[in-house]
Design a protein. Structure first.
Length: 81
């Protein structure tokens, strides 16, 4: 058996070993999906916070926020932490 072909999968798994364009694309796609999921989570949280502040403003005090803090959080764009 050819030693070069037998060791090829092990070389790709080693840290620092060169990776192909398909692997790089998969990593970029995974990173992009993670970013989008974070944005969706922020958007949903801020929407929920706004609904809570309108329907049950007393709950805002219960979670330890001021009205000004809630308004500042709701006003942030989804990409801002």
């Amino acid at each position: 058996m050819n030693d070069t072909l037998a060791s090829a999968p092990h070389q790709a798994a080693r840290p620092g070993a060169p990776v192909g364009p398909a692997e790089v694309s998969r990593r970029h796609l995974a990173t992009l999906r993670s970013i989008i999921a974070t944005w969706e989570e922020r958007k949903r949280f801020r929407w929920d916070l706004e609904q809570m502040s309108r329907a049950n403003p007393h709950l805002i005090d219960d979670i330890g926020l001021t009205r000004r803090q809630v308004e500042a959080e709701i006003a942030k764009p989804f990409w801002q932490a």
